[in-house]
Design a protein around this ligand. Structure first.
Ligand code: 3PG
Length: 406
């Protein structure tokens, strides 16, 4: 990572450091329990390199109004368990309580602030200069000597905590960002065609934006659609006739329709699906579906069709589950596609927290070239787009070097 400074370029002993991580985890909507802790476990690597600093950790969790939007107390407990270090949870982000806690820290202390998205500003995107003028960044940056950016899964967001702090503070990449960028750069220099992208998951607007860029930049010869984004394309092909019940659905369907028209040979959509009928898995051809049927997984014909394309690939990138995989009745598609990816001779990248956990459960982790808990950020990285967090770190690094500091 020549263009970006890392923790090895700084001596942060005794300094007060802002550590931006991404502990945004899947949450059980009924119990609000954390379902997968991989992203919290990953935060431990940078903490190890910051042993004698005063470390103020911050992350977001969920989106305002969604089922996974909650505070960070359980995250603090998990982090304490995985690091074996004492983590003080502060139920505040930038108010007097948080500021007083930060001022009274001693070397080696670690605190975890509350969900950054409790601050309205963190729910909007800004250019770095404006982000640095938000109340969050202007109040808190006065208390820090440096910031360590380690939230690779949210590196595609221009939120104040991601692009604002590095604009005004000495900044470097944390261990996750360092590892991700190094591995991905190495992989992308040897990546061969055909490029097969297997795309699922639920963040439909992000996926639609990325699809166009992936195709235009020669990163997607085949896009195999699954999950909610697959259902949007099935609706655009008039195979699903009823609403999917998602936000701005008609706009998404129109975009999918335009993409199919523009690139007719790129997309593959499920030919058979599994729906839920009174708690049971019922498989059917997409042409047999009735209005109102809810698609929860793909069927065996689609698995066979997609697996053939995967086995002929030079590079395979898979992101997002193929359906409602948390329920065993509907995990078949996700598990089968992961097996096909692991069996292929291609260079393989598996992306996102859900697939990372599923891969671990299947015991296939060692058979993949690069595994990342990042989802949307990784998809955008592969399009060749400069991620806002990486740009902010590059600018901070150039500033640092111009001042003759390294
Ligand atoms: C993710 O899970 O992709 C990141 O944490 C970013 O979350 P967001 O899409 O809600 O910004």
């Amino acid at each position: 990572m020549k263009s970006v400074l890392t923790l090895d370029d700084f001596d942060l002993k005794g300094k007060t450091v802002f550590l931006r991580v991404d502990m945004n985890c899947p949450i059980d909507p009924n119990t609000m329990e954390i379902l997968g802790t991989k992203r919290i476990e990953e935060a431990a690597a940078s903490l190890k390199s910051l042993q004698d600093a005063k470390v103020v950790i911050a992350s977001h969790q969920g989106r305002v109004g969604n089922n996974d939007y909650t505070g960070m107390s359980s995250h603090a407990e998990v982090l304490q368990k995985v690091t074996g270090r004492s983590i003080k949870y502060v139920e505040d982000v930038m108010g007097v309580a948080a500021q007083d806690e930060i001022r009274s820290m001693k070397d080696g202390d670690i605190i975890l602030l509350d969900n950054l998205r409790f601050c309205a500003e963190e729910n909007y995107e800004f250019p770095p200069e404006s982000a640095s003028k938000t109340i969050m960044v202007s109040r808190l940056s006065k208390l820090f000597d440096a910031c360590v950016m380690d939230s690779f899964p949210s590196a595609h967001r221009q939120h104040p905590s991601i692009v604002g702090f590095p604009h005004v503070l000495p900044a470097c990449a944390g261990r996750i960002v360092e590892r991700e960028v190094q591995n991905l750069d190495n992989i992308m220099t040897v990546a061969k065609a055909p490029h097969v992208i297997v795309l699922g998951g639920s963040k439909v607007p992000d996926r639609l934006e990325a699809i166009k860029m992936l195709i235009e930049n020669g990163r997607a010869d085949h896009i195999l659609l699954t999950g909610l984004i697959g259902n949007v394309f099935l609706r655009a092909q008039a195979r699903i006739k009823s609403s999917l019940g998602i936000k701005r659905e008609e706009e998404a369907v129109a975009k999918a329709h335009a993409l199919i028209g523009e690139y007719p040979d790129v997309f593959a959509t499920p030919v058979d699906v599994a729906i839920d009928k009174d708690g049971e898995r019922i498989e059917m051809d997409v042409r047999e579906m009735s209005r109102g049927d809810k698609v929860y997984d793909m069927g065996p014909k689609t698995v066979e069709y997609y697996s053939k394309l995967i086995s002929g690939a030079g590079t395979v990138f898979i992101s997002g589950p193929a359906g409602f995989f948390e329920n065993e009745n509907f995990s078949y598609g996700t598990n089968s596609l992961l097996r096909a990816v692991a069996d292929s001779m291609a260079t393989t990248i598996v992306s996102g927290g859900h697939l990372t956990s599923a891969l671990k459960k299947l015991g296939l982790t060692d058979r993949i070239n690069h595994i990342s808990t990042a989802g949307g950020a990784l998809v955008l990285y592969l399009t060749g787009k400069r991620l806002p967090m990486i740009s902010a770190l590059e600018d901070a690094s150039a500033r640092h070097r111009n001042q003759g500091l390294s």
